[in-house]
Design a protein around this ligand. Structure first.
Ligand SMILES: C[S@@+](CC[C@H](N)C(=O)[O-])C[C@H]1O[C@@H](n2cnc3c(N)ncnc32)[C@H](O)[C@@H]1O
Length: 281
Protein backbone atom coordinates (compact mmCIF):
# COMPACT_ATOMS: atom_id res chain seq x y z
CA UNK A 1 0.00 0.00 0.00
CA UNK A 2 1.14 3.55 -0.78
CA UNK A 3 1.74 5.99 2.08
CA UNK A 4 0.70 9.64 1.91
CA UNK A 5 4.38 10.64 1.97
CA UNK A 6 5.30 8.31 -0.90
CA UNK A 7 2.38 9.46 -3.02
CA UNK A 8 3.28 13.13 -2.49
CA UNK A 9 6.90 12.45 -3.32
CA UNK A 10 6.04 10.68 -6.57
CA UNK A 11 3.42 13.31 -7.48
CA UNK A 12 5.99 16.11 -7.10
CA UNK A 13 8.34 14.21 -9.38
CA UNK A 14 5.66 13.69 -12.08
CA UNK A 15 4.41 17.27 -11.88
CA UNK A 16 7.95 18.65 -12.10
CA UNK A 17 8.64 16.47 -15.14
CA UNK A 18 5.46 17.85 -16.74
CA UNK A 19 6.92 21.36 -16.45
CA UNK A 20 4.76 22.53 -13.57
CA UNK A 21 6.42 25.09 -11.30
CA UNK A 22 6.31 24.55 -7.55
CA UNK A 23 5.50 20.89 -8.11
CA UNK A 24 5.58 19.93 -4.40
CA UNK A 25 2.99 22.54 -3.45
CA UNK A 26 0.79 21.62 -6.44
CA UNK A 27 0.93 17.94 -5.45
CA UNK A 28 -0.07 18.81 -1.90
CA UNK A 29 -2.98 21.03 -3.04
CA UNK A 30 -4.20 18.26 -5.32
CA UNK A 31 -3.93 15.65 -2.56
CA UNK A 32 -5.63 17.69 0.16
CA UNK A 33 -8.24 19.09 -2.24
CA UNK A 34 -9.30 15.70 -3.63
CA UNK A 35 -9.32 13.95 -0.24
CA UNK A 36 -10.79 16.85 1.74
CA UNK A 37 -7.82 16.98 4.14
CA UNK A 38 -6.07 19.94 5.72
CA UNK A 39 -2.37 20.51 5.24
CA UNK A 40 -1.77 19.95 8.96
CA UNK A 41 -3.50 16.54 8.81
CA UNK A 42 -1.06 15.49 6.08
CA UNK A 43 1.95 16.80 7.97
CA UNK A 44 0.83 15.03 11.16
CA UNK A 45 0.32 11.60 9.59
CA UNK A 46 2.68 11.14 6.61
CA UNK A 47 2.97 7.36 6.98
CA UNK A 48 -0.75 6.76 6.74
CA UNK A 49 -1.68 4.46 3.84
CA UNK A 50 -4.07 5.36 1.03
CA UNK A 51 -7.07 3.06 0.71
CA UNK A 52 -7.92 1.85 -2.78
CA UNK A 53 -10.68 4.38 -3.54
CA UNK A 54 -8.60 7.34 -2.34
CA UNK A 55 -5.58 6.15 -4.33
CA UNK A 56 -7.70 5.88 -7.49
CA UNK A 57 -9.13 9.37 -6.92
CA UNK A 58 -5.77 11.10 -6.35
CA UNK A 59 -4.13 9.22 -9.22
CA UNK A 60 -6.88 10.29 -11.61
CA UNK A 61 -6.51 13.91 -10.49
CA UNK A 62 -2.71 13.69 -10.84
CA UNK A 63 -3.02 12.33 -14.36
CA UNK A 64 -5.21 15.29 -15.34
CA UNK A 65 -2.84 17.80 -13.73
CA UNK A 66 0.16 16.22 -15.49
CA UNK A 67 -1.72 16.81 -18.76
CA UNK A 68 -1.92 20.48 -17.63
CA UNK A 69 -5.62 20.72 -16.73
CA UNK A 70 -5.79 23.68 -14.28
CA UNK A 71 -5.94 22.74 -10.60
CA UNK A 72 -9.12 24.81 -10.18
CA UNK A 73 -10.92 22.76 -12.86
CA UNK A 74 -9.77 19.47 -11.32
CA UNK A 75 -10.94 20.49 -7.85
CA UNK A 76 -14.03 22.23 -9.30
CA UNK A 77 -13.53 25.30 -7.15
CA UNK A 78 -11.25 28.24 -6.50
CA UNK A 79 -11.04 30.84 -3.75
CA UNK A 80 -11.85 34.43 -4.73
CA UNK A 81 -12.04 37.28 -2.25
CA UNK A 82 -13.85 35.67 0.73
CA UNK A 83 -15.76 33.21 -1.48
CA UNK A 84 -15.24 29.69 -2.77
CA UNK A 85 -16.47 29.65 -6.39
CA UNK A 86 -17.46 26.78 -8.68
CA UNK A 87 -15.16 26.58 -11.70
CA UNK A 88 -15.64 24.51 -14.87
CA UNK A 89 -14.10 24.70 -18.36
CA UNK A 90 -16.94 27.11 -19.25
CA UNK A 91 -15.52 29.95 -17.16
CA UNK A 92 -12.20 31.65 -16.62
CA UNK A 93 -10.89 30.63 -13.19
CA UNK A 94 -11.02 33.86 -11.20
CA UNK A 95 -7.52 35.16 -10.49
CA UNK A 96 -6.14 36.75 -7.35
CA UNK A 97 -5.13 39.77 -9.47
CA UNK A 98 -8.80 40.44 -10.18
CA UNK A 99 -9.34 41.15 -6.48
CA UNK A 100 -7.64 44.49 -7.31
CA UNK A 101 -10.84 45.45 -9.18
CA UNK A 102 -12.99 44.59 -6.16
CA UNK A 103 -10.73 46.58 -3.86
CA UNK A 104 -10.62 49.62 -6.16
CA UNK A 105 -14.41 49.60 -6.52
CA UNK A 106 -14.95 49.35 -2.75
CA UNK A 107 -12.58 52.29 -2.19
CA UNK A 108 -14.72 54.48 -4.38
CA UNK A 109 -18.28 53.91 -3.15
CA UNK A 110 -20.23 54.33 0.05
CA UNK A 111 -20.75 50.64 0.83
CA UNK A 112 -23.68 51.38 3.17
CA UNK A 113 -25.79 52.86 0.32
CA UNK A 114 -28.05 50.74 -1.94
CA UNK A 115 -25.43 50.77 -4.68
CA UNK A 116 -26.42 49.51 -8.17
CA UNK A 117 -23.63 47.50 -9.79
CA UNK A 118 -23.21 46.46 -13.42
CA UNK A 119 -20.61 43.72 -14.00
CA UNK A 120 -20.02 43.34 -17.75
CA UNK A 121 -18.57 39.95 -18.83
CA UNK A 122 -19.09 38.36 -15.43
CA UNK A 123 -17.92 34.78 -16.18
CA UNK A 124 -18.18 32.85 -12.90
CA UNK A 125 -19.77 35.93 -11.29
CA UNK A 126 -16.60 36.56 -9.28
CA UNK A 127 -16.47 40.37 -9.23
CA UNK A 128 -20.19 41.02 -8.80
CA UNK A 129 -20.56 38.40 -6.06
CA UNK A 130 -17.49 39.63 -4.16
CA UNK A 131 -18.86 43.20 -4.27
CA UNK A 132 -22.32 42.10 -3.13
CA UNK A 133 -20.86 40.30 -0.08
CA UNK A 134 -19.26 43.60 0.97
CA UNK A 135 -22.36 45.76 0.36
CA UNK A 136 -25.41 44.43 2.12
CA UNK A 137 -27.85 46.84 0.40
CA UNK A 138 -26.36 46.61 -3.10
CA UNK A 139 -27.86 44.89 -6.14
CA UNK A 140 -26.14 43.81 -9.34
CA UNK A 141 -26.84 43.15 -12.99
CA UNK A 142 -24.18 40.86 -14.47
CA UNK A 143 -23.86 40.12 -18.18
CA UNK A 144 -22.01 37.59 -20.29
CA UNK A 145 -22.31 36.47 -23.89
CA UNK A 146 -21.78 32.86 -22.79
CA UNK A 147 -24.93 31.15 -21.56
CA UNK A 148 -22.79 28.33 -20.13
CA UNK A 149 -20.77 30.84 -18.07
CA UNK A 150 -23.97 32.42 -16.76
CA UNK A 151 -25.18 28.99 -15.63
CA UNK A 152 -22.04 28.74 -13.48
CA UNK A 153 -22.54 32.31 -12.20
CA UNK A 154 -26.09 31.34 -11.21
CA UNK A 155 -24.81 28.36 -9.21
CA UNK A 156 -22.20 30.56 -7.54
CA UNK A 157 -24.85 33.14 -6.68
CA UNK A 158 -26.95 30.37 -5.10
CA UNK A 159 -24.03 28.92 -3.15
CA UNK A 160 -23.08 32.31 -1.76
CA UNK A 161 -26.68 33.16 -0.84
CA UNK A 162 -26.74 36.15 -3.22
CA UNK A 163 -29.25 35.01 -5.88
CA UNK A 164 -31.87 37.49 -4.72
CA UNK A 165 -29.56 40.44 -5.32
CA UNK A 166 -28.12 39.58 -8.74
CA UNK A 167 -29.73 39.50 -12.17
CA UNK A 168 -27.85 37.55 -14.83
CA UNK A 169 -28.33 38.65 -18.43
CA UNK A 170 -27.06 36.91 -21.56
CA UNK A 171 -26.01 39.66 -23.94
CA UNK A 172 -23.01 41.13 -25.73
CA UNK A 173 -21.33 43.58 -23.33
CA UNK A 174 -24.26 45.72 -22.10
CA UNK A 175 -26.57 45.53 -25.14
CA UNK A 176 -30.15 46.02 -24.01
CA UNK A 177 -29.21 47.02 -20.46
CA UNK A 178 -31.00 50.19 -19.38
CA UNK A 179 -31.04 52.38 -16.29
CA UNK A 180 -28.17 53.91 -14.36
CA UNK A 181 -25.53 52.24 -12.20
CA UNK A 182 -23.31 53.61 -9.43
CA UNK A 183 -20.56 51.14 -10.32
CA UNK A 184 -19.73 49.68 -13.73
CA UNK A 185 -17.05 47.00 -13.44
CA UNK A 186 -15.56 44.57 -15.92
CA UNK A 187 -12.74 42.13 -16.43
CA UNK A 188 -13.03 41.65 -20.19
CA UNK A 189 -10.94 39.40 -22.44
CA UNK A 190 -7.81 41.48 -23.09
CA UNK A 191 -5.15 39.23 -24.57
CA UNK A 192 -4.07 39.99 -28.13
CA UNK A 193 -5.21 37.13 -30.40
CA UNK A 194 -1.68 36.37 -31.61
CA UNK A 195 -0.38 35.93 -28.03
CA UNK A 196 -2.87 33.23 -27.04
CA UNK A 197 -0.93 30.38 -28.66
CA UNK A 198 2.12 31.31 -26.55
CA UNK A 199 0.32 31.03 -23.20
CA UNK A 200 0.71 28.22 -20.66
CA UNK A 201 -1.23 25.07 -21.66
CA UNK A 202 -3.53 25.49 -18.63
CA UNK A 203 -4.81 28.74 -20.13
CA UNK A 204 -4.35 28.10 -23.85
CA UNK A 205 -5.94 24.65 -23.94
CA UNK A 206 -8.38 24.64 -21.02
CA UNK A 207 -9.85 28.10 -20.48
CA UNK A 208 -12.58 29.45 -22.79
CA UNK A 209 -11.12 31.30 -25.79
CA UNK A 210 -14.01 33.73 -25.45
CA UNK A 211 -12.68 34.71 -22.02
CA UNK A 212 -9.19 35.46 -23.33
CA UNK A 213 -9.27 36.89 -26.84
CA UNK A 214 -9.31 40.69 -26.91
CA UNK A 215 -8.90 40.95 -30.68
CA UNK A 216 -5.80 41.90 -32.72
CA UNK A 217 -4.45 44.42 -30.16
CA UNK A 218 -6.21 43.06 -27.05
CA UNK A 219 -8.10 46.35 -26.70
CA UNK A 220 -11.26 45.69 -28.73
CA UNK A 221 -13.51 45.11 -25.66
CA UNK A 222 -12.52 48.44 -24.06
CA UNK A 223 -13.81 50.35 -27.07
CA UNK A 224 -17.30 48.96 -26.27
CA UNK A 225 -16.89 49.14 -22.52
CA UNK A 226 -16.07 52.85 -22.22
CA UNK A 227 -19.00 53.88 -24.39
CA UNK A 228 -21.32 51.58 -22.42
CA UNK A 229 -20.01 53.00 -19.15
CA UNK A 230 -20.65 56.55 -20.43
CA UNK A 231 -24.24 55.56 -21.24
CA UNK A 232 -24.92 53.64 -18.03
CA UNK A 233 -22.99 55.31 -15.19
CA UNK A 234 -25.14 57.41 -12.86
CA UNK A 235 -23.93 60.95 -12.11
CA UNK A 236 -21.06 60.57 -9.64
CA UNK A 237 -20.71 56.88 -10.53
CA UNK A 238 -17.41 55.04 -10.88
CA UNK A 239 -16.09 52.69 -13.54
CA UNK A 240 -13.42 50.07 -12.82
CA UNK A 241 -12.04 47.80 -15.53
CA UNK A 242 -9.28 45.23 -15.27
CA UNK A 243 -6.42 45.77 -17.74
CA UNK A 244 -3.34 43.85 -18.87
CA UNK A 245 -0.08 44.85 -17.17
CA UNK A 246 1.19 46.49 -20.39
CA UNK A 247 -2.06 48.22 -21.43
CA UNK A 248 -1.96 51.22 -19.07
CA UNK A 249 -1.16 53.93 -21.63
CA UNK A 250 -3.43 52.56 -24.36
CA UNK A 251 -6.42 52.14 -22.04
CA UNK A 252 -5.94 55.58 -20.46
CA UNK A 253 -6.00 57.01 -23.99
CA UNK A 254 -9.22 55.13 -24.84
CA UNK A 255 -10.80 56.41 -21.62
CA UNK A 256 -9.84 59.96 -22.50
CA UNK A 257 -11.17 59.60 -26.07
CA UNK A 258 -14.47 58.38 -24.61
CA UNK A 259 -14.69 61.52 -22.47
CA UNK A 260 -13.88 59.97 -19.10
CA UNK A 261 -12.40 62.20 -16.43
CA UNK A 262 -10.09 61.50 -13.51
CA UNK A 263 -9.00 58.24 -15.14
CA UNK A 264 -6.16 56.59 -13.27
CA UNK A 265 -4.62 53.17 -12.98
CA UNK A 266 -4.31 51.05 -9.83
CA UNK A 267 -1.56 48.49 -9.29
CA UNK A 268 -1.94 44.89 -8.15
CA UNK A 269 0.03 43.35 -5.29
CA UNK A 270 2.83 42.54 -7.74
CA UNK A 271 3.19 46.28 -8.52
CA UNK A 272 1.80 46.03 -12.07
CA UNK A 273 -0.97 48.26 -13.44
CA UNK A 274 -4.09 46.11 -13.13
CA UNK A 275 -7.17 48.34 -13.14
CA UNK A 276 -8.37 51.62 -14.61
CA UNK A 277 -10.69 53.67 -12.40
CA UNK A 278 -12.65 56.50 -14.04
CA UNK A 279 -15.79 58.64 -13.98
CA UNK A 280 -17.78 60.69 -16.49
CA UNK A 281 -19.28 63.52 -14.51
C1 LIG B 1 -11.56 37.43 -18.61
S1 LIG B 1 -13.14 36.63 -18.44
C2 LIG B 1 -13.63 37.38 -16.92
C3 LIG B 1 -14.62 36.61 -16.11
C4 LIG B 1 -14.85 37.20 -14.72
N1 LIG B 1 -15.38 38.57 -14.82
C5 LIG B 1 -13.60 37.19 -13.87
O1 LIG B 1 -13.07 38.27 -13.61
O2 LIG B 1 -13.16 36.12 -13.47
C6 LIG B 1 -14.05 37.47 -19.67
C7 LIG B 1 -15.51 37.09 -19.87
O3 LIG B 1 -15.99 37.86 -20.97
C8 LIG B 1 -17.00 37.14 -21.61
N2 LIG B 1 -17.22 37.74 -22.92
C9 LIG B 1 -16.46 37.65 -24.05
N3 LIG B 1 -17.01 38.39 -25.03
C10 LIG B 1 -18.12 38.97 -24.52
C11 LIG B 1 -19.11 39.86 -25.04
N4 LIG B 1 -19.09 40.28 -26.32
N5 LIG B 1 -20.11 40.26 -24.22
C12 LIG B 1 -20.17 39.83 -22.93
N6 LIG B 1 -19.27 38.99 -22.39
C13 LIG B 1 -18.26 38.58 -23.16
C14 LIG B 1 -16.46 35.72 -21.62
O4 LIG B 1 -17.50 34.79 -21.83
C15 LIG B 1 -15.82 35.65 -20.21
O5 LIG B 1 -16.74 35.11 -19.28
Amino acid sequence: MVSWRDWLHDAARQLGAAGIEDASAEGRFLFTGVLGLSRSQVIADPDRKLDEASLAAVNKALERRVSRVPLSQILGATPFWTLELLVTPDVLSPRADTETIVEAALNDVDTARPVRILDIATGSGAIALALLTEMQSATAVATDISRAALDIAAINAGRTGLSERIELVCTSWADGIAGRFDLVVSNPPYIASSIIETLEPEVRDHEPRLALDGGPDGLAPYRHLFSEARRLLAPGGTGVFEIGYDQREAVLRLAQEAGARDADCVKDLGGRSRAIVFAFS
